[in-house]
Design a protein around this ligand. Structure first.
Ligand code: ARG
Length: 579
């Protein structure tokens, strides 16, 4: 179901095209009384054509077919056109949206096979706030893709390979397997890593053992592989605990770590060499994609194989691209990875394209995100300057939410209160991340994100609860109100505005997917919650003037709850029934 604004645009487009092909009608919601939308496109077009705006507008209205959509269209002296949507049309659309289990969201024209590379923490290293961003944004993107019918392959590209594993395995041996496994499984990854590092820095003997261990690991020595597995398995079990706390879709089956591509690395080199793309540079084997240069203008290499014949991060990413488009048959691969890796990824995409593994350059997309900052606008750290453990952050969110929920509703039974607090705390944490344009840095602020006012998860969760509580108070089953059979009237401006807002849900989902920007859906839901609040304050529901008005308003309440619920769910945010 297209949004009303899009439908109106479509009706006006031919008239604009006739004067200038592709001219935008610029349809915007209007806040003028009795007006729903205005089209401003005539003004810009008039300027470009050197004609009076009102004349252009008149020409548009003379040829545009508004039958069934608009009841009234009027040209303002400045040259914009005011439209009032036909109420019969609005009501029919609201009925259809309510009766549609998808709430009007259309399945994509072609269902694509989409690989999403996100979360990707590193084995035996703590998950920190940067991993929160990729995990939460990636999760929302996966859910939204699923909502419109794409097939999503989640790939958790964990860092499970490389030279540090020599030192990590030796530390595991020194500590004793059992003790090491315990430390990792309870999430003491930082201590483990730091101790290994300290040994490595302090002892030449440990360094030598570590070096030999790397060789053993690379040659697939069975005992070394077994020890490596302990590190990986324990870390993965711990990551999964964090994912479960966060309520994200990732499971152990989604793990396709760097090590998965080991066997493919020589193939990557061979194929690149076969295509004549490899250049020897100081003993390293590199590709120089055209257009990439160092600051001094010298060409910038993507190092595929180092001079010691080891493979690096880039080789692994090339192998992953080859695998995703080849073996997995992906149509699109999304990389939800921090902005600092933009150049690395762009070069990998370019080289994969040159090698013929990536059919079209736009089928691999970096979905970058900015930093999470502390109140001082510097990188978010603990007071002592250590990086913050993700689990600690989640736990604190839930305990703060427990306090907030208890204050708001002291009567909730303890068990339900804890469940609601979990949804509110985790939801607040996720929503704070999702609601700012992901490319920007954002300031982490507990009070703001947990507030019941403003563009926050608790506000939206609460708005939905308010819709539902009307049904509870009236002891009414909401179900029949979403069947499209109960007559709806939109006499009050607040009813009409809410209806128009609800109808934009599918368009908001589409706009969000167009640029992989969850904040667009957040902004939309925030707007709907505001429209509902205005409606709620102006239009009594259970005490409506008559049974027809009451039923009509109950339809709007049920649909508001459904849209808020579906929207939050698409963002990975759970919704309590009471709070
Ligand atoms: N493991 C890396 C890190 O924590 C991120 C991996 C990103 N994905 C990729 N395909 N390069 O920084």
């Amino acid at each position: 179901m297209a949004g009303t604004a899009d439908l109106l645009t479509a009706r006006l487009q031919a008239a604009f095209d006739a004067m200038e092909p592709g001219a935008d009608p610029v349809v915007r919601p209007s806040s003028r009384p009795g007006v729903d939308f205005q089209a401003n496109g005539a003004m810009a077009l008039a300027k470009r054509l050197g004609r009076p705006p009102a004349e252009i507008a008149a020409q548009v209205l003379a040829s545009a077919d508004l039958e069934g959509l608009c009841r009234q269209a009027e040209i303002a002296p400045q040259g914009f056109i005011n439209f009032t949507v036909d109420e019969t049309f609005l009501v029919a659309r609201i009925q259809a949206q309510g009766a549609d289990p998808r709430l009007g969201v259309r399945p994509a024209e072609t269902a694509l096979e989409v690989v999403v590379d996100y979360s990707h923490p590193n084995v035996a290293k703590e998950m920190h706030v940067g991993h929160l961003r990729t995990t939460v944004i990636g999760d929302a993107v996966c859910r939204l893709l699923g909502l419109v019918g794409h097939r999503v392959i989640r790939e958790n590209h964990i860092g499970d390979w490389g030279t540090p594993f020599g030192m990590l395995i030796e530390h595991l041996v020194d500590l004793g397997e059992e003790e090491a496994a315990h430390e990792l499984s309870v999430g003491d990854l930082d201590t483990f890593y730091r101790q290994a590092r300290a040994q490595f820095d302090a002892s030449a003997e440990f360094r030598e053992r570590s070096r030999l261990r790397v060789v053993l690991l690379q040659s697939e020595d069975p005992e070394t592989t077994r020890l490596w597995r302990i590190l990986v398995d324990q870390s993965v079990a711990y990551f999964q605990e964090v994912y479960d706390k966060l309520g994200v879709l990732l499971t152990p089956d989604d793990i396709v770590g760097e090590s998965f591509y080991n066997a493919l690395l020589p193939v990557v080199v061979e194929e690149l060499a076969g295509k004549g793309l490899l250049v020897d540079s100081d003993g390293a084997r590199c590709v120089f994609p055209p257009g990439w240069a160092n600051r001094d203008g010298t060409p910038l290499p993507l190092i595929v194989q180092k001079s010691d014949s080891g493979f690096g991060y880039a080789a692994t990413d090339l192998a992953a691209l080859r695998d995703r488009f080849g073996r997995l048959g992906a149509d699109l691969v999304l990389y939800v990875v921090g902005a600092p890796q933009a150049q690395h990824l762009a070069m990998c995409f370019e080289v994969a394209h040159m090698a013929g593994w990536l059919p079209n350059r736009d089928q691999a997309v970096h979905v970058p995100f900015g930093n999470m900052l502390g109140a001082d606008r510097k990188m978010f750290k603990t007071r002592s300057g250590a990086s913050i453990k993700l689990v600690d952050l989640i736990d604190e969110a839930v305990s703060r939410a427990t306090a907030a929920v208890s204050e708001k509703n002291p009567d909730l039974p303890a068990g339900e209160r804890d469940e609601v607090a979990r949804m509110v705390g985790v939801g607040a944490l996720k929503y704070a991340d999702l609601s700012t344009d992901r490319v920007r840095d954002y300031v982490f602020d507990w009070d703001r994100m947990l507030s019941f006012d403003g563009n926050t998860a608790p506000y939206l969760q609460y708005a939905r609860v308010r819709c539902l509580s009307i049904f509870r108070r009236g002891e009414i089953d909401p179900e029949p109100y979403l069947k499209g059979t109960i007559p709806v009237g939109l006499d009050h401006p607040a009813e009409r505005a809410l209806a128009l807002g609800l109808l934009e849900f599918p368009a908001a989902v589409e706009a969000t997917l167009e640029t992989w920007s969850p904040h667009k859906l957040c902004a939309y839901l925030f707007e709907v919650a505001g429209l509902f609040t205005t409606f709620f304050e102006n239009c009594p529901v259970l005490k409506a003037p008559g049974p027809d008005a009451r039923d009509s308003r109950l339809v709007l309440c049920a649909l508001s709850a459904a849209v808020l619920g579906a929207g939050l769910q698409a963002l990975g945010i759970e919704t309590p029934e009471r709070m």
